[in-house]
Write a new protein. Structure first.
Length: 203
């Protein structure tokens, strides 16, 4: 059955959207659509959309690897009974990841075993799925690596890696004593990350 005008326009719009997402020039898109049959447009659109989906999966997998989460966690099944939120802000706002988009800090605090690390990890993994670069660090381990990098002349490289994160997760932030040099290096990381959000879990 021949396509109606509206069906043809919708098919061409889908092709244009997929082609532009892969940075194909407008001239090339126009030249193709000027001579392509409806079947060719449909087949090429399916191919382009498949490539876009593949690239998206590869990118998310890469972001998840680069984040270096110790154990995968999700918000599904999490026990919220011991969680309290500030007035006017709650679970929905946190899980929406709006704090990442808005470059706001999020601090988890409370007794050991209440799930702070679990939720910080779950939100970090959700952020990678949303396309945000994330870095997860046990705070003590980060301080040790900062000190080691400084001694070996590689501090700038480590700081550049940390700076790639849109979300920086610092776990067990309040449990580890630092020497003066370690505290200064950690302060530098936090100061440099001021325009990006950080989850600091003290569990």
């Amino acid at each position: 059955m021949p396509q109606t005008s509206s069906e043809r326009e919708a098919a061409q719009a889908a092709f244009r959207g997929a082609a532009r997402a892969l940075f194909i020039s407008g001239d090339t898109i126009g030249a193709f659509l000027a001579s392509a049959t409806p079947g060719q447009v449909a087949a090429c659109t399916a191919m382009l959309e498949s490539e876009i989906a593949h690239r998206d999966r590869v990118r998310r997998a890469r972001l998840l690897r680069q984040a270096r989460f110790p154990v995968p966690k999700s918000a599904g099944g999490f026990d919220w009974s011991n969680v309290a939120f500030p007035d006017g802000w709650g679970r929905d706002e946190m899980c929406s990841l709006a704090f990442v988009r808005d470059a706001e800090d999020l601090v988890f605090y409370g007794q050991t075993g209440r799930g702070k690390t679990h939720m910080a990890t779950a939100l970090g993994i959700a952020a990678t799925s949303a396309g945000y670069p994330v870095r997860f660090w046990q705070t003590a381990q980060l301080v040790l690596q900062l000190g080691k990098a400084k001694r070996e002349g590689a501090l700038d490289r480590l700081l550049a890696d940390v700076a790639k994160a849109r979300l920086l997760v610092l776990d067990e932030f309040g449990y580890v004593p630092f020497d003066v040099d370690g505290a200064r290096l950690l302060y530098q990381v936090i100061s440099d990350s001021y325009e990006r959000p950080a989850i600091r879990s003290q569990g």
